[in-house]
Design a protein around this ligand. Structure first.
Ligand code: 13P
Length: 234
């Protein structure tokens, strides 16, 4: 069983989400299906899809105009929240320590954080991929985790670019993440791969050791693209 998570980013409407929910109703699969959607689409009945948000405030409540707290997300019935997505790190200057605070806020409110780590092209070219991944995991995961979390490895240079690392590169990254999590007492934590996943490469990617599922951007927006990913693996 794998975790197939979609990240709609700033796309979609409540209508297109309802259409996705209907389209997935008849899909036979034992995989866990998650869609992380804009806040405005939370609260609808996701059917067999578990819903999640794409970001969360590190604050609990108060004078933080425009922010949405973990308790508010949980109040919609959502179960998941992405934290530290590369676009948040890039456009909103989120650091590992901010990501850790956000993940802690999610956990404190019963949400499962999907904590993203991954290297930029500059870091890759400088030979820093493994160091960035390991420090991302060590510094972005809260200390006192005693419930479910999910890690997503998203090579930042490959997102939305139609590029994917080689199988060996994905295997090396996921092996390092699994080993790091085990050293942190979090062995068995699912690790997803994300960046340019589509129906034609999903099964191959999910056959790589330590890849427990995928986090899909563009190809999660339409049932015709998303369903083949969900059904590509048992
Ligand atoms: P793409 O699948 O569009 O490359 O996006 C990946 C991603 O950022 C998922 O969070």
């Amino acid at each position: 069983m794998k975790i197939i998570a979609g990240n709609w980013k700033m796309n979609g409407t409540r209508t297109t989400l309802s259409e996705m929910v209907s389209a997935l109703q008849s899909v036979e699969s034992e995989n866990t299906v998650v869609l992380c959607v804009p806040y405005t689409m939370l609260g609808i009945d996701g059917g067999r899809i578990s819903l999640g948000a794409q970001d969360v405030s590190r604050h609990t409540h108060g004078a933080f105009t425009g922010e949405v707290s973990a308790s508010m997300i949980a109040d919609t019935g959502a179960k998941y929240v992405i934290v530290g997505h590369s676009e948040r790190r890039q456009y909103h200057n989120e650091t590992n320590s901010i990501v850790r605070e956000k993940a802690a806020a999610a956990l404190a409110n019963g949400l499962i954080p999907i904590i993203c780590v991954g290297e930029t092209m500059d870091e890759k070219q400088a030979g820093k991929t493994m160091a960035v991944i390991e420090s991302g995991v060590r510094e972005s995961v809260p200390n006192d985790v005693n419930t479910d979390i999910i890690i997503a490895y998203e090579p930042r240079w490959a997102i939305g670019a139609g590029l994917t690392p080689t199988e060996a590169e994905i295997a090396e990254a996921h092996t390092l993440i699994a080993k790091t999590l085990a050293e942190m007492g979090l062995g068995g934590t699912p690790v997803l791969y994300g960046a340019s996943v589509k129906g034609s490469n999903a099964a191959e990617i999910m056959s790589i050791p330590n890849v427990d599922g995928v986090l899909v951007g563009g190809a999660s927006l339409k049932p015709d693209d998303f369903i083949p990913i969900i059904t590509s693996v048992k």
